[in-house]
Design a protein around this ligand. Structure first.
Ligand code: SF4
Length: 259
């Protein structure tokens, strides 16, 4: 049984590795590839992404049955994740809907030329209005516990198939999130002051996001540290939420690891 679980874990890890690697190649290689090869990489990337979503959906069902105490969280996170990742993009043929629940400082996707004004305003509302407000009222558990389609959802699904070692690499949580948040602040100011810099800034930010939030997180940190590794050691949005929630007078004592 233990061996079967290990094989199952490795297979899922390979699915995440393939999709994350193809995602990165798709962004950094097009300038050096002919159109046909770029199309093939893109095709495999989208297929890999779909496979990842199928695996995640299976894990949702599995943990819904196995972890009754986590059901409310799992349901709200699944709704948020699949809505912005699959339902809205597929139904409306617009893949920029992820920007709504991946607002600045998590990404700069809201500011892309292909992002519609509606999605831009929704993303700004979520990033600068809703998240600060609910974090101030309810602390980090609100967005980082029940809404975030990235770290929170991944930690309740893919993250649960690996052992948790939150004590590992803790040194990074003092250094990386504030630096990352500062860089994202500078990036936002640069594209607001000099809109013509959007394309290069966004290209660079996309690569940073793919390396940290996907490749490093899915492939190295989740197996090595656990599902909340990205949240605790890297995420610039989590860092902003943490700063806002310090204004809250009453907070849960276990919020660091149980968001
Ligand atoms: S720390 Fe970042 S990735 Fe983690 S739940 Fe919060 S916003 Fe999402």
């Amino acid at each position: 049984m233990a061996q079967a679980k290990q094989i199952f874990r490795i297979l899922i890890w390979i699915v995440f590795l393939s999709a994350s690697t193809l995602g990165l190649l798709r962004i950094i290689l097009p300038n050096w590839l002919d159109i046909e090869t770029a199309k093939i990489i893109s095709y495999f990337y989208w297929s890999g992404l779909l496979l990842v979503e199928i695996v995640l959906a299976v894990l949702v069902v599995y943990f819904f049955v196995k972890k009754p105490s986590r059901r409310t969280r799992l349901v709200t996170l699944s709704i948020c994740h699949f809505t912005v990742f699959l339902v809205l993009p597929l139904a409306l043929n617009d893949w920029t809907y992820t920007a709504i629940l991946y607002p600045w400082p998590h990404t700069l996707q809201a500011f892309d030329a292909e992002t519609s004004k509606t999605i831009l305003w929704l993303s700004l509302f979520v990033g600068f209005g809703m998240i600060p407000l609910i974090s101030y009222i309810w602390g980090r558990k609100a967005f980082c516990g029940y809404i975030c389609p990235h770290g929170a959802f991944i930690s309740e699904t893919y993250g649960r198939i690996f052992k948790q070692h939150p004590e590992r690499l803790v040194i990074l949580n003092k250094i990386v999130p504030p630096i990352y948040f500062s860089l994202m602040t500078v990036a936002l100011l640069v594209i607001l002051i000099l809109p013509e810099t959007l394309t290069p800034v966004r290209s660079f930010q996309k690569v940073v996001f793919l390396i940290t939030a996907e490749l490093l997180y899915f492939i190295v940190l989740v197996p090595l540290v656990g599902g909340r590794s990205y949240c605790n050691l890297i995420c610039p949005l989590g860092y902003a939420i943490k700063q806002i929630s310090t204004f809250k007078t009453v907070d849960s004592p276990n919020q660091q690891t149980d968001r």
